[in-house]
Design a protein around this ligand. Structure first.
Ligand SMILES: NC(=O)c1ccc[n+]([C@@H]2O[C@H](COP(=O)([O-])OP(=O)(O)OC[C@H]3O[C@@H](n4cnc5c(N)ncnc54)[C@H](O)[C@@H]3O)[C@@H](O)[C@H]2O)c1
Length: 336
């Protein structure tokens, strides 16, 4: 299929672009590079061995999106483009509603003008909010606790209403847990330019020498070792999840919601220890007080994705740690 990937220069979008291209899809990427680098497009080209169509543009520009969809004969869209920092969304909520919600509306309008009805949306486990029970399954109540989570849930609602108004629409909503790892080549991965909010990017900043040590926010939670536990999924498993969701939409109308995670929980200390062991390095850390808004435990039930999509994760935490380190070494060597 001819697939448009918005946000395809970003972390998850770039890995998914590779998986899709290798599966035989023809991909076109649109990204305004507000949180990514043009060099990623060159790396994707290198990995897949052929040129990708890339347009530097903003999904909120409906006329541009309409033109791109038409010119590239797009048949389906995977929508990654969005902002993802919870902290930033609390400080600047309008930015998040504008980019994430208005951006999605603009894209859907452009799709409607072109009669394109296949859509895969990057949602987030942040739509659930605090746990009514664990693990989170797709039936868990949604009650986001920050503007970022709200913006994702609002787009989910819009997509459901679109599918009610048109019964030939095919939508997959994917709620990611904690993506980690990098492509095995080391050429692409996640290396944030700003202060990292998530654990793995935080580790990468410490081991590359940009930060002196890691702060562990809270060691008095009711978990195995007192530190928070999360569900870390390798980004290439996530990429495969998008491919599986896209194939599933071939024969299924309506809106389909799936958790993409591993179903396993890992504490902060467990992840640090695994990273140190696998890569034979030391990660300096200090305990500090709990961070406002952090929950003790967050992990998925992924049985629905397995049942409907036949998808399950292949990579383990060891591989995630190895691949992350390989990418960090590549970045550090570039900047030397
Ligand atoms: N990484 C995570 O922990 C995580 C977890 C759950 C959900 N998500 C969601 O998955 C998607 C991808 O996340 P990621 O980790 O790859 O983030 P990322 O920031 O690496 O990638 C997002 C890309 O979208 C681009 N972009 C942002 N706004 C745009 C706009 N208006 N027009 C065009 N391009 C725009 C950015 O330049 C960036 O390249 C996001 O929607 C995010 O909210 C991410």
């Amino acid at each position: 299929m001819n697939i448009l990937i918005t946000g395809g220069a970003g972390y998850i979008g770039s890995h998914t672009s590779i998986t899709l291209a290798k599966a035989g899809h023809k991909i076109t990427i649109v990204d305004n590079l507000c949180n990514s680098n043009i060099e990623v497009i060159g790396q994707i080209t290198k990995i897949i061995g052929s040129k990708v169509n890339f347009i530097n543009g903003d999904v909120r520009n409906t006329s541009l999106m309409t033109k791109i969809l038409k010119e590239h004969r797009i048949e389906g869209v995977i929508h990654f483009a969005g902002l993802k920092s919870i902290t930033e969304s609390v400080a600047n909520p309008l930015l998040y509603y504008s980019n994430n919600v208005l951006g999605s509306i603009s894209l859907i309008e452009a799709m409607q003008l072109n009669q394109i009805k296949t859509f895969v949306f990057s949602s987030s486990a942040a739509v659930y909010g605090g746990p009514a029970y664990l693990p989170y399954d797709e039936k868990h109540p949604t009650n986001p606790i920050n503007p970022y989570g709200n913006s994702k849930l609002q787009v989910e609602t819009i997509l459901k209403d679109w599918a009610i108004s048109d019964h030939t629409v095919k939508v997959s909503i994917l709620r990611y847990f904690n993506p980690v790892g990098a492509h095995e080549s080391g050429l692409i991965g996640e290396y944030p330019t700003q202060f990292p909010n998530n654990l793995m990017p935080y580790i990468t900043k410490v081991i590359s020498g940009s930060l002196t040590h890691l702060n562990i926010y809270g060691n008095d939670y009711e978990t195995r070792d007192g530190t928070g536990e999360r569900d870390y999924i390798h980004v290439m498993d996530l990429a495969e999840g998008h491919l599986a969701a896209l194939s599933h939409l071939k024969n299924n109308f309506g809106v389909h919601i799936y958790n993409l995670g591993t179903g396993q929980s890992t504490t902060v200390l467990e992840l640090i220890k695994e990273f140190e062991k696998v890569n034979r390095i030391e990660i300096p850390y200090k305990f500090s007080s709990r961070r406002e808004g952090d929950l003790p435990s967050y992990y998925s039930d992924t049985s629905k994705a397995f049942k409907d999509l036949g998808w399950k994760t292949k990579y383990d935490l060891e591989q995630s740690c190895q691949d992350t380190y390989r990418h960090v070494k590549y970045i550090v060597q570039l900047s030397d």
